[in-house]
Design a protein around this ligand. Structure first.
Ligand code: GLU
Length: 300
């Protein structure tokens, strides 16, 4: 079976050099290994994703010389598949609803921090401090009936107890040089949100389901997502899904050494193209060798 790679952008802004690096690296690795290359549109957030950004993704990738299989999977068309997974986790008693607003959560965190350090997840966000897990069925039912907004959270302690120790095969590198056989640490994320009342999924859940449904065998993505892999391994285990191999690659910084953002115009692919850059210039800028079909890409 040929390896299957994918590039999975969210259409919530225009692509920049960092996206170009990830997309081209995936594409080159697929070409060199006789593998397949898929494009997936991660558009579950209806408030931030826009059709013009999606159209620009196709245009920019084609300009870079990338070809992908069709039809392209658009996550917003598959909410039923994600809901089914949520239902399974719920039936297994691994999910519970929490009703606190963002402001209430911020207040609870401040309270905890006033009493001492409160843990933060690998992205630097405070762990969920609420106690919604201990609400009674009656209390939950009443809040639901009142139409209160809620988030569905993974009961991390129960989930980890069920899954046991998990690892993944890392062919790239984590933020501290982690590579090879990496031990997953999902506990570091606390009781993560897997769905919301309005959106029956989350990044973590949909990425894991889609990678499995699409037969992805190699996940090649930025090192900023390295520790998210812990949650992905846990969900794969709980849902009985296969684990791909992972290769986390370096991020492309801007001139000041900061992480690129979709709003930084100087490094946007469209701006660079309008300023006369060629696809070969883009490869040079991000340190990828010219594509000569079969030549190895530089290590991430
Ligand atoms: N959609 C994610 C992003 O744009 C990438 C998901 C992944 O590669 O796992 O950051």
């Amino acid at each position: 079976m040929p390896p299957v790679f994918r590039f999975a952008p969210s259409p919530n802004g225009y692509l920049h050099l960092g996206h170009a690096y990830s997309a081209l690296l995936n594409f080159d690795l697929a070409q060199q290994s006789g593998g397949r290359f898929l494009l997936r549109i991660e558009d579950i957030d209806g408030t931030r994703c826009r059709p013009e950004f999606e159209a620009a993704i196709y245009e920019d990738l084609a300009w870079l010389g990338i070809a992908w299989e069709t039809p392209v999977r658009r996550q917003s068309e598959h909410f039923a598949a994600y809901r089914e997974a949520i239902d399974r986790l719920q039936a297994d008693g691994l999910i519970y609803p929490s009703f606190e607003s963002r402001a209430e959560i911020a207040r609870l965190v401040a309270e905890r921090e006033a009493r001492g350090a409160w843990p933060r997840d690998p992205d630097g966000a405070p762990l969920y401090p609420g106690t919604a897990k201990s609400l009674t069925e009656d209390e939950r039912g009443r809040l639901m009936e009142q139409g209160a907004p809620y988030a569905l959270r993974l009961d991390m302690a129960a989930a980890c107890a069920r899954a046991g120790d998990l690892h993944w095969r890392e062919q790239g590198e984590g933020p501290a040089g982690e590579t090879g056989d990496v031990a997953a640490r999902p506990q570091a994320w606390g009781n993560v949100i897997l769905a919301r009342k309005e959106t029956p999924t989350s990044y973590h859940l949909s990425v894991v389901i889609d990678d499995a449904l699409q037969g992805v065998t190699e996940v090649v993505r930025g090192t900023d997502l390295f520790w998210s892999t812990s949650v992905h391994r846990l969900l794969q285990d709980l849902l009985g899904l296969p684990a791909p191999a992972y290769r986390h690659h370096r991020l492309i910084p801007d001139d000041a050494g900061n992480k690129l953002s979709k709003s930084t115009r100087a490094t946007g692919l469209r701006e660079l193209r309008a300023a006369g850059a060629s696809p070969a210039d883009i490869r040079r800028l991000i340190g990828l060798p010219p594509f000569c079909g079969g030549q190895p890409a530089s290590p991430p």
